[in-house]
Design a protein around this ligand. Structure first.
Ligand code: C2E
Ligand code: CA
Ligand code: CA
Length: 643
């Protein structure tokens, strides 16, 4: 409010100065003409030397005021000048002029020339009358200007001894009093008008400002991503459309996806996730200072356009970006890092429309993520075929259960000492239009599109139901592969309970196999899930051991029941695989887990593994995975072998 008031004051002072200076020429000219007429016309031919001096002083004063007015007109008027200072300058000149007139009138009263005196009084009174409007923009000058002009002279006349001069004095004094009232009203009116005018213009200005702010806010809401302040999808697409529809130099569109962001978001929390996204957006903005085309596409995905660039430079820039985005983030409590994988599509080589370019860059990114994260990849047609195949699989998988295309086969796990069957591993098979799709191909797709939950539950249910029908006396265990995504699901324990209770299979006969990739995920969640399973009586194995991420301390924390040595080591049991397997055997006695060797294909391998103390064998040497209908006869043959 006070800010508005001081603004209003400033505007009013400036307007007042404009009015005062605007009338200055008239005032100065009238004073010059009147003074010249009074001094030279009455005294001619003998000019009173004192009046002449007065005239010179008056003329100089008027000249100074004139030049001041010219200077104001030329230099100041169009600037944001200080109205107060300009007004003070003006009224100093005006009041000095008034004083000069007052001196003149007083001097005339002492000269005893009645006609001259009367003429002078009339002339000065006329000037005093005119001043009420000319000076109305400055209240005190407007009020006192006529008084200064007339009052001293009039009082001088009243004090004289001649009656007609006394009457003239009374007339002058009355006139100056009337003028005082009129000037006061006129000044009040002018001030009021200026106030209303400026108040209105300030209100209009404030309104315009508000509209501007609202428009800006609406623009932000509809065009900017609230978290990162980067363009959102809509705004980016609009800008990109402009670029693709006007003839253009080549450009590169980068699809950037952060690596490891989801893990931070899930395990450390959304606040840390938000901090990382904001900081990533900052780094991207700084890197692409002159590019307008940068957006948060969604989640942890960002798009950038680099104009006028060839493939090699786009790849080079992407590598720099990956390095920049992979630098650690200092969040509130910890130092976190994410990576970035980038896919590139080039205009106009790969596509000419914005939607297609984004789709192809996304495809290249997706392809690269599958091969190796935190690297860059330029789109090729090969990728499109692979992507189409993936999509074909995904569409088929969504209906695979409904269309009864899924089935389980079971591969025996043999005790190394007794050669008895200890367990069967359930392995999933999918037949799509006469084609057997290997699980290594479709499981990752099921995981990626979230289909693994439904499929995994189906596997658990059917594996338990099958196991229940096997030879009850020998208590054969069933091992079920569970994807890490299933294990992280909060409903997972419920799904296992349901599979056990509906099949009536004792929990002790169910083993869950999880791959070593668990060590790369949130260990707290995983450890809790494993503990819950174990408290139910279900055992847990680490699958494909040795291929990835396991650490000794994590093994200790997880306290799994079994470890399955990956077949790549079993393959090399006669060379460098031996050392690793014997190290695992040492660990097994220290950490109290049993060891299964996977992919045993030869007699020699089984002998070597037996010597190393491996507890169980699984592999083609003993049996390939068996179809459900062949299990009874397989068990029967084994039974008769061992009997
Ligand atoms: P895995 O769990 O390591 O399963 C063992 C794989 O090795 C099976 O391949 C099996 O057929 C194969 N195998 C067994 N013995 C030998 C051998 O002596 N030599 C060779 N070369 N291979 C042998 P499969 O059935 O193709 O399964 C591949 C992978 O797919 C599995 O690896 C597992 O990770 C995944 N998978 C299979 N079924 C399921 C399932 O129901 N759920 C989940 N999440 N994953 C599954
Ligand atoms: Ca397995
Ligand atoms: Ca395995």
């Amino acid at each position: 409010m006070t800010e508005t008031n001081s603004k209003l004051n400033k505007f009013m002072q400036r307007d007042a100065a404009v009015i005062l200076y605007g009338n200055a020429v008239a005032g100065i000219l009238i004073s010059l003409l009147t003074s010249s007429f009074l001094v030279f016309a009455f005294s001619y031919p003998r000019i009173d030397p004192l009046k002449k001096i007065w005239w010179w002083v008056m003329t100089c004063l008027l000249l100074i005021r004139f030049f001041d007015m010219i200077w104001w007109e030329v230099k100041l008027k169009k600037t944001q000048f200080d109205g107060n200072i300009a007004t003070i300058r003006f009224i100093t000149g005006a009041n000095l002029t008034a004083l000069m007139w007052s001196v003149y009138l007083v001097y005339c009263t002492t000269q005893g020339n009645d006609i001259e005196l009367t003429t002078t009084i009339i002339a000065i009174a006329a000037m005093a009358g005119g001043s009420s409007t000319v000076l109305a923009a400055h209240k005190y000058t407007a009020i006192f200007f006529p008084c200064i002009l007339l009052t001293p002279g009039s009082i001088g006349l009243i004090l004289s001894d001649q009656k007609h001069l006394q009457l003239l004095g009374i007339l002058g004094l009355s006139f100056s009093i009337v003028m005082l009232v009129i000037s006061r009203n006129s000044a009040k009116f002018t001030a009021n008008t200026l106030f209303l005018k400026n108040e209105n213009s300030i209100l209009v200005h404030q309104m315009e400002e508000k509209v501007k702010q609202r428009t800006h806010k609406i623009y932000e809401l509809s065009n900017l991503d609230p978290l990162t302040r980067l363009f959102n999808r809509t705004a980016f697409l609009e800008q990109l459309k402009v670029v693709t529809t006007t003839p253009q130099k080549p450009f590169a569109l980068l699809f950037i996806d952060l690596d490891g962001f989801k893990k931070i978001n899930d395990s450390i929390g959304h606040k840390a996730g938000d901090d990382i996204l904001r900081e990533t957006a900052n780094r991207l903005s700084q890197f692409t200072k002159d590019s307008q085309l940068l957006c948060r596409w969604g989640g942890d995905e960002f798009l950038i356009v680099f104009s006028d660039i060839d493939e090699a430079s786009a790849v080079e820039k992407s590598k720099q970006l990956i390095a920049l985005l992979s630098e650690p983030h200092n969040t509130e409590n910890s130092i976190l890092s994410v990576g970035a994988t980038i896919g590139i599509a080039l205009y106009p080589i790969h596509a000419k429309t914005e939607d297609r370019l984004i789709q192809l860059a996304d495809m290249a990114m997706y392809y690269q993520k599958k091969q190796m994260r935190s690297a860059v990849c330029v789109f090729t047609e090969e990728m499109e075929k692979l992507f189409a195949y993936d999509l074909h699989l995904k569409n088929g998988l969504t209906k695979a259960i409904e269309n009864k295309q899924l089935r389980l086969v079971f591969q025996p796990i043999i005790c190394s000492k007794t050669l008895n069957i200890a367990a069967f591993e359930a392995l999933l098979r999918w037949q799509l239009d006469d084609e057997n799709i290997p699980p290594d191909e479709f499981i990752p797709i099921a995981e990626q599109y979230g289909l693994i939950h439904e499929i995994g539950a189906w596997v658990l249910q059917h594996a338990c139901m099958q196991a229940k029908q096997w030879d009850n006396k020998r208590e054969i265990i069933v091992c079920v592969n569970v994807s890490i995504i299933q294990l992280q699901d909060e409903n997972f324990i419920g799904i296992v309970e349901e599979a056990l209770s509906s099949s009536l299979l004792p929990a002790e006969l169910l083993h869950i196999e999880i791959t070593e990739s668990v060590f790369a995920s949130d260990l707290v969640v995983i450890t809790n899930q494993i503990k819950s399973l174990q408290s139910m009586g279900v055992q847990v194995s680490i699958d494909d051991f040795g291929t990835g991420y396991s650490s000794l301390s994590a093994m200790q924390d997880l306290a799994v029941n079994m470890v399955k040595i990956d077949r790549s080591f079993v393959n090399k049991v006669d060379s460098n695989g031996k050392a690793i397997i014997s190290a695992v055997m040492h660990m097994s006695s220290a950490l109290n887990f049993t060891v299964i060797a996977e992919g045993v294909e030869t007699e020699e391998q089984s002998q070597a593994l037996l010597q190393l103390g491996v507890h169980y064998f699984q592999g083609y040497y003993y049996s390939r995975p068996i179809e459900i209908e062949n299990i009874p006869s397989y068990l029967e043959s084994k039974h008769s072998n061992t009997a």
